[in-house]
Design a protein around this ligand. Structure first.
Ligand SMILES: Cc1cc2nc3c(=O)[nH]c(=O)nc-3n(C[C@H](O)[C@H](O)[C@H](O)COP(=O)(O)O)c2cc1C
Length: 143
């Protein structure tokens, strides 16, 4: 790890819900997504796709998808982890969760604050609307 040691990152990670507007360099975001891509998944299915959202309007629309997503408004970015049930029919939620946990710890190691949030079921329709410009695969049904 280039920043905090692993155990220190695990011990000190906290959910952060208010963010500075400072932009995060692409290089750091790539490292965080690469950390996600090394996560374990059932049958090594790796059913995930990641969408980096920096657009303020889209972040605001995502912030309205459910009551616990309000912190997205004003955040410099979010990374949406999508999981494809066709690639992992029985474990697509767990598979995506392992990847997200890797991202939360990698972000902590880079000195960034994060919080995880899950969009599923009826909130998915709102997320799809907020995401209309990103052309996600029709098969992608978990976020
Ligand atoms: C599956 C999952 C969903 C979560 N959803 C939200 C959420 O929608 N909004 C939020 O503010 N925090 C959310 N959290 C963060 C938890 O509230 C938080 O991890 C917990 O209170 C422990 O605090 P800590 O992360 O600071 O240790 C979620 C965490 C998990 C694992």
């Amino acid at each position: 790890m280039c920043g905090l040691e692993l155990y220190e990152a695990i011990r000190t990670r906290r959910s952060i819900r208010r963010y500075r507007p400072d932009s995060v360099p692409d290089q750091i975001i790539r490292k965080i997504i690469e950390a996600a891509s090394w996560a374990p998944s059932s049958s090594n299915s790796q059913p995930w796709e990641f969408v980096v959202v920096r657009d303020g309007n889209t972040l605001e629309r995502l912030s309205k998808t459910h009551a616990y997503a309000v912190m997205l408004k004003g955040a410099p970015l979010c990374i949406v982890a999508c999981s494809d049930p066709e690639r992992s029919p029985n474990h697509w939620v767990e598979d995506c969760s392992t990847a997200v946990e890797n991202m939360l710890l990698a972000a902590r190691a880079e000195g960034l604050g994060t919080v995880g949030s899950r969009f599923i079921g009826r909130t998915m329709r709102n997320v799809r609307i907020a995401f209309e410009k990103y052309c996600l695969s029709q098969r992608t049904s978990g976020l």
